[in-house]
Write a protein that binds this ligand. Structure first.
Ligand SMILES: [Zn+2]
Length: 320
């Protein structure tokens, strides 16, 4: 039996294709720019070209792989292989699977990118061994993926697991989804960056200015963590508040799903226990099943940037 598959992570900025072996290891990967806006056919050609390139660089051909799996933004009807809509790319009813099968001449599977990344963590990363897993990515927004009994849960219309658009503050900060007070407006890496910038602008003498060389544009989600480590009080207040926001949404997610594992990914998760230990403490105070014998495990994601490629590469197993 063929040992290799290809996983493709289609993003708004870059496309990554990786050859993945039977142990879920990424053997080789290639990346190219998406260069949006583009018509569908150009993006399809780019994906096909990238798959061929990564195979060639590894002295392989499409005959050596079992299938190509693609994680793409948007609402993805994985059963019929159609992207119902992808707002970032401006595509509707995109028949991605059929087109890619035609271009590549091999079996193709498609899934939403956040779901594919969650599946990757479940197959080979931090959520390995879970029966029920939720994977949360704290990035520009908050991405989510839900695994139930080994299957990606995507809802009736394939738009489920939008955990970042759960309101944690009624009439709070406006969100591009149309609601106010969404979790991602408070607990994403971008939200922490914005809150740090606002705090610095009203504290012109704060030490964090030195961390960013006096340049507000150099503030990122790590700035307040670094400030806190250096003993700054304002930074500590920012992180305390951020931890509260993360824990609030996380407790909601846990109360709804009671998964055995929740994995936290995204750049902020590189803070590891600096972030997770205080988050766990708050969840321990608030979670409904806190006194129960069986408790959720909250941990960091392990595959980081490779989660999307590994999860996409394994999609063929979902379909069987
Ligand atoms: Zn929202």
């Amino acid at each position: 039996m063929k040992k290799y598959t290809i996983g493709v992570d289609l993003g708004g900025t870059t496309i990554t294709a990786g050859i993945v072996d039977e142990n879920c290891r990424v053997v080789r990967k290639c990346t190219c720019d998406t260069e949006l806006p583009q018509p569908e056919t150009v993006v399809e050609e780019k994906i096909a070209g990238l798959c061929r390139r990564v195979l060639q660089e590894n002295d392989m051909t499409l005959d050596d792989i079992r299938w190509v799996g693609i994680g793409t933004p948007g609402s993805v009807d994985s059963k019929h292989g159609v992207v119902d809509f992808n707002a970032n790319f401006g595509y509707f009813d995109w028949e991605l699977r059929a087109h890619m099968e035609q271009l590549l001449g091999c079996e193709v599977h498609i899934e939403n990118d956040a779901n594919a990344a969650a599946y990757g963590e479940y197959i080979a990363g931090g959520a390995q061994g879970a029966k029920y897993a939720v994977v949360i990515t704290l990035g520009t927004g908050i991405g989510g993926g839900i695994i139930i009994d080994g299957k990606i849960f995507s809802g009736y219309n394939y738009a489920a697991a939008e955990l970042g658009h759960m309101v944690i503050q009624k009439d709070g900060r406006p969100c591009m989804c149309g609601r106010n007070g969404c979790w991602e407006k408070y607990a994403s890496a971008r939200a922490l960056t914005e809150d740090t910038k606002a705090a610095l602008l009203s504290h012109p003498k704060n030490m964090m200015w030195q961390l960013v060389g006096g340049n507000i544009n150099k503030v990122n989600a790590k700035t307040a963590f670094d400030g806190m480590r250096a003993g700054d009080q304002l930074a500590k207040m920012l992180i305390d508040k951020y931890v509260e926001y993360v824990a609030c949404g996380l407790t909601n997610v846990i109360n709804i799903f009671q998964p055995d594992i929740v994995c936290i990914g995204g750049g902020v998760s590189h803070e590891g226990e600096t972030l997770l230990a205080p988050v766990r403490k708050l969840v321990d105070w608030e979670e409904y099943a806190r006194d129960g014998k069986r408790r959720v495990t909250i941990k960091c994601a392990e595959l980081f940037n490779d989660a999307g490629v590994v999860g996409a590469a394994w999609l063929g197993n979902q379909a069987q």
